[in-house]
Design a protein around this ligand. Structure first.
Ligand SMILES: Cc1ncc(COP(=O)(O)O)c(C=O)c1O
Length: 341
């Protein structure tokens, strides 16, 4: 298990493996920061800056923190083509937020946000920054030192690993300074009836019997991705995305949400005429055996911003091939026939 921690640390270029905290998933990592860091750093009136394209897991923990403390939440809006409004981001930074938290890559729009610049700008304004890397660590090279990120969160199950294990990376001084999140076995050094002292990093944040098998599984996934090379994973997905955008744009009545292929990763959300995305997903499944996800993708505020109840979303990974995109397009043509569009 500790070897897996070292593998993960090297994978994201953490300086020390003790900066890698094992959690259950991205959601738990964000909640850990919101409770532990949030309880000592956020007070009434403080500003927390988020964006309109966040997954629920990078929204609700901050809403809870704001409700507990009286902090203020503000949101960077998106442009029509699914990019963050950098002008408004800069305006919000002028209000000196305590925290900025945003997604590296949108799970709906596919947008890859300019994380490095945004983190540097936030630091210049005095803010601490959390990056939701649930969609980036699995799909592109991520270097926490180059990004100079304060907190970074991701999940093993989105990178060929098992469910039930995720990671919180943090800068060491921030983590050392933070109170424990959960209490119990393993996270203590000494326990008295009325008082206890805390274990060193990373175990201070890992209360109870750990997810040992899952952590080792994450280590195996990291070995596999490392052998492929994350630059190759990114290039493969960019090629597929470019190809899929071309093919999909030729389907009459199809709308793609998000930016052009150069500024996105391998997820494409779309609607086809007025076919409900759930119907579309069923047809693609039954007629051509292609699995897309339909729904709000755990990003209801973003759906509202787009004026939609749901989209269908195709997503690509290391195992996806061009022929499967052709099959997806055939399936969409079938849907057009079935619905006589
Ligand atoms: C961008 C993003 N953030 C956070 C999450 C939450 O991940 P988990 O459910 O593993 O905690 C997801 C999962 O879909 C995601 O895509």
């Amino acid at each position: 298990m500790e070897k897996a921690r070292v593998k993960v640390a090297r994978f994201i270029n953490a300086r020390q493996s003790k900066q890698v905290i094992f959690t259950r998933n991205t959601t738990e990592s964000i909640n850990l920061v919101a409770f532990s860091w949030g309880s000592t750093h956020i007070a009434a009136g403080d500003l927390i800056v988020l964006t309109e394209m966040e997954h629920h897991s990078n929204l609700v923990p901050w809403q809870l923190l704001a409700q507990r403390t009286g902090a203020r939440l503000e949101f960077v809006p998106i442009t029509e083509d699914g990019l963050l409004r950098q002008d408004i981001y800069e305006e919000l930074l002028r209000q000196q937020p305590k925290l900025v938290a945003f997604t590296h890559m949108s799970n709906v729009l596919g947008t890859i946000n300019p994380a490095q610049e945004m983190i540097a700008q936030a630091h210049a304004a005095g803010a601490t920054v959390l990056l939701d890397a649930a969609q980036s660590v699995p799909h592109l090279p991520v270097d926490v030192q180059a990004l100079d990120i304060d907190f970074l969160c991701f999940s093993a199950h989105k990178m060929l690993g098992p469910t039930g294990i995720g990671v919180l990376y943090g800068k060491r001084d921030l983590l050392e300074d933070m109170p424990p999140f959960m209490g119990g076995g393993d996270m203590i050094r000494t326990v008295g009836l009325r008082q206890s002292t805390w274990n060193d990093l990373p175990w201070k944040f890992e209360a109870g019997t750990p997810a040992i098998a899952e952590a080792i599984g994450l280590g195996a996934a990291v070995d596999y991705l490392k052998a492929l090379g994350m630059e190759h994973v990114l290039r493969h997905e960019q090629e597929l995305t470019r190809y899929a955008m071309e093919q999909l744009q030729a389907v009459a009545g199809l709308t793609i949400y998000g930016p052009d292929a150069d500024r996105r990763g391998g997820v494409i959300s779309f609607t086809l005429g007025d076919i409900h995305p759930h119907d579309l997903a069923s047809i693609l499944d039954q007629e051509v055996g292609v699995a897309v996800r339909a729904g709000h993708h755990c990003a209801q505020p973003l759906m509202e911003r787009l004026g939609l109840a749901a989209t269908a979303r195709a997503s690509f990974y290391v195992y996806t091939i061009k022929e499967e995109i052709d099959t997806l397009v055939q399936g969409l043509q079938k849907a057009i026939q079935i619905f006589s569009l």
